[in-house]
Write a protein that binds this ligand. Structure first.
Ligand SMILES: *[C@@H]1O[C@H](CO)[C@@H](O)[C@H](O)[C@H]1NC(C)=O
Ligand SMILES: *[C@@H]1O[C@H](CO)[C@@H](O)[C@H](O)[C@H]1NC(C)=O
Length: 466
């Protein structure tokens, strides 16, 4: 079972140091990077200095706290940064000791290359020197990521978001919170110095100007660094919806066979017609939508009535079951009992003979995810395993759990990515279909009614039946 590595040995410890004034989307960008790298099985964690400041007892400071001549608060901020940095070094060390060996004895490749994100606001040159020095002492590569923005709309949206969601302003009305926050920003402005290629030419850095309007990159050296740069270059912040649906019930679904390229069943065809209605009701007329399908017959039949621009992606094809393609789970258990068990034991890593694993699917989906970040509204009609992987990316589902997420047939899923997480809504089409869910340890298909556990995550989303 080969584990595909995404980076090389030079990338052992990378610390992405966020730079920029408050309300420039730094936390949003940090969290997206964590989600993206974790999805690719690269150990990644964000350390937010504001949280350490709150741990030190300063939990609802007024803007005066951020006055850079205020010595008392200077010490608290200093201590918060020290604590964050200490945790970063311990986190890296912890990873290189025991965690990278999984219980089967294989090095699992996911935690050896780790990325810490230092989500802090302080942005003076002196402070960057302090961080550089500390990174150097601990064998950590520093990479600065600045979000520079003077687009009043983006800033206003971020201020509103922080005033209403930050623990610093909990219990305060939005108006006074925003006013205080704007003064906090002014305090930072008085000491802020932006990165530039003249003064900082020795640093590894990326500077995003108005998110994706213009990007300055300097001394990007390793593969992992360039992956992060490529990802942040594709981030857009306009609000959008991503719609997900499995194909309608297929003949193979009814026969409980996996894989293949069968047509839709009669009920599946009904869902295709219903999908057009659901989309019409839920997507505003003037909104653009592109419909993405796999190259397989069942997803294209499901998309056939949708009057939108369509795109076929080979990368959206179902997980390749290799020699088991066209078999039922019962037959697989019969013919390949060891494989059947191995897959249940580690469904994410298990690769079908001559086929794929979930990890393989994630890797081939990466360009789809990158394009999704750039695009506006998209409806993706694809297959169970592929949808699980896409869902895991947006919902930050750990990779051990993602292959067990239940994604029922004849259900439209609406995802709305927001600054702090993604909102999910399920829209049931009310057309019966078989269940294709297989629980661990059985070759039976179908969910037991009291099924608990990770795979039921989707059930907690608000539901609408139509
Ligand atoms: C930022 O760095 C400067 C200089 O090192 C220091 O005076 C200031 O207090 C720091 N601010 C924060 C929020 O840590
Ligand atoms: C950023 O965007 C705003 C609004 O679109 C624009 O006025 C400003 O010039 C942009 N700044 C840069 C450096 O591109």
């Amino acid at each position: 079972m080969a584990v595909k590595r995404i980076s090389n040995e030079n990338d052992m410890k990378l610390c992405v140091v966020m730079v920029g004034l408050p309300a420039r989307g730094k936390s949003y960008i940090s969290q997206k990077i964590v989600r993206y790298l974790s999805w690719l099985s690269i150990g990644c964690k964000c350390f937010n200095v504001g949280n350490y400041r709150r741990v030190l007892g300063v939990d609802k400071p007024k803007y005066g706290f951020f006055d850079f001549d205020n010595m008392a608060s200077y010490h608290v901020r200093e201590a918060a940064l020290e604590m964050a940095f200490k945790d970063i070094t311990e986190w890296f060390d912890g990873n290189s000791d025991s965690d990278n060996i999984d219980n089967t004895g294989h090095s699992n490749g996911s935690l050896t290359h780790s990325v810490a994100i230092l989500d802090a606001t302080n942005s003076t040159r002196e402070r960057r020197d302090w961080i550089l020095q500390r990174c150097h002492e601990h064998g950590i590569q520093p990479m600065f990521l600045e979000s520079w923005c003077d687009d009043p709309e983006t800033i206003a949206a971020n201020i509103k978001d922080i005033a209403t969601t930050s623990p610093d302003y909990e219990g305060q009305d939005e108006c006074s919170a925003s006013q205080d926050f704007k003064k906090r920003i002014e305090n930072y402005k008085s000491v802020y110095s932006s990165l530039n290629t003249a003064d900082d030419k020795s640093l590894t850095f990326v500077k995003l100007i108005n998110i994706s309007h213009e990007i300055v990159i300097n001394r990007i050296e390793t593969y992992l660094q360039s992956r992060i740069v490529f990802y942040v270059m594709n981030i857009r912040i306009r609000p959008k919806c991503i719609w997900l649906s499995r194909h309608g019930e297929s003949i193979y679904n009814v026969e409980q066979k996996i894989g293949g390229d069968s047509s839709l069943s009669e009920r599946g065809l009904k869902y295709a017609a219903k999908l057009r209605e659901l989309i019409n009701e839920n997507v505003e007329n003037n909104e653009r939508l592109s419909v993405w399908t796999s190259t397989l017959c069942r997803t294209q039949q499901t998309a056939q009535y949708l009057p939108y621009e369509k795109l076929e992606w080979k990368a959206l094809d179902e997980l390749d079951a290799g020699v088991c393609d066209g078999m039922t789970y019962e037959e697989i258990e019969d013919v390949y009992p060891e494989d059947f068990k191995a897959r249940d034991d580690d469904k994410y890593e298990y690769r079908y003979r001559g086929g794929e694993s979930y990890r393989d699917v994630v890797i081939r989906l990466e360009p789809v995810i990158m394009e999704l970040e750039r695009q506006e509204n998209v409806l993706i009609i694809t297959h169970q395993a592929v949808l699980r992987c896409i869902y895991a990316y947006f919902m930050n589902v750990p990779k051990e759990e993602s292959p067990w997420v239940s994604i029922p047939l004849h259900t439209l899923i609406k995802l709305e990515p927001r600054a702090y997480g993604t909102k999910v809504t399920l829209i049931k089409a009310n057309i019966p279909a078989v269940s294709t869910y297989k629980e661990k340890g059985t070759s039976h298909v179908g969910e037991s009614t009291d099924a608990e556990g990770a795979h039921n995550m989707l059930v907690n989303a608000p539901e609408m039946t139509q």
